[in-house]
Write a protein that binds this ligand. Structure first.
Ligand code: GDP
Length: 199
């Protein structure tokens, strides 16, 4: 990605809006407030492109951003916000079910988790969606600027074990705020979207 162009394309509220043009789709998922919008903005070197601080649990749509006219960044609605109504949770579940079961839509998953905490049951379920769809996974342990250095390695180990990551799945610490490991994330997306070597 040279990131010279980033455009918002559509906010998909139902399967009829899903984009099926064959371009790679790199799918971002994470708990509400984990910093998913911040990671996307950091990646794209843009401020407030993906909306930071959206009231948690609102707008359970799938947002598509087209990068360099060659790859989609797909922003899944955040999950795990306690105050969401049962009806909204059910809608989220149906939307995920249709997105993940339509074969060939997802190229790879980028899951954002908190570098300081054990992944939640919702995180585990999300990782399973990607695994069941046979997608490669990059797990970004965000907010590492707030983590104690001495605890980070053990935390990453706990994340890898709790999400039961496969050998080929990638996990690294990250900070959207301090732009830590941004280049590493760009390289992995290049690898997944365009098949480019990360070395
Ligand atoms: P989203 O709901 O997952 O999209 O989360 P947001 O991107 O809106 O971020 C939620 C909150 O976490 C905001 O207050 C961000 O400023 C903060 N945040 C996001 N990433 C980081 C990070 O790497 N470090 C720190 N310290 N705060 C972060």
């Amino acid at each position: 990605m040279n990131l010279s162009k980033a455009e918002f394309i559509i906010s998909a509220a139902s399967p009829k809006d899903f984009i099926r043009d064959g371009l790679p789709q790199i799918v971002f998922a994470g708990r509400s407030n984990v910093g998913k919008s911040s990671v996307i903005n950091c990646l794209l070197n843009r401020r407030n492109f993906a909306r930071v601080g959206n009231s948690p649990g609102k707008t359970a749509n799938i947002n598509y951003f087209l990068i360099d006219e060659t790859v989609y960044i797909v922003d899944l609605p955040g999950y795990g916000y306690a105050k969401v109504s049962e009806a909204e949770k059910a809608r989220w579940g149906r939307l995920m079910e249709s997105y993940f079961t339509q074969s060939g839509l997802i190229t790879a998953g980028v899951m954002i988790v908190d570098s300081r905490h054990k992944p939640t049951a919702d995180d585990v379920a999300m990782a399973d969606w990607f695994k069941q769809a046979g997608c490669p996974l990059v797990v970004v342990a965000n907010k590492s600027d707030k983590a104690k250095k001495s605890e980070l390695d053990a935390s990453l180990e706990l994340i890898r074990n709790t999400l039961d990551l496969r050998d080929d799945d990638v996990l690294f610490s990250f900070s959207a705020e301090k732009k830590i490991n941004r280049d590493l994330l760009v390289r992995h997306i290049d690898r997944l979207a365009y098949g480019e070597d990360t070395n």
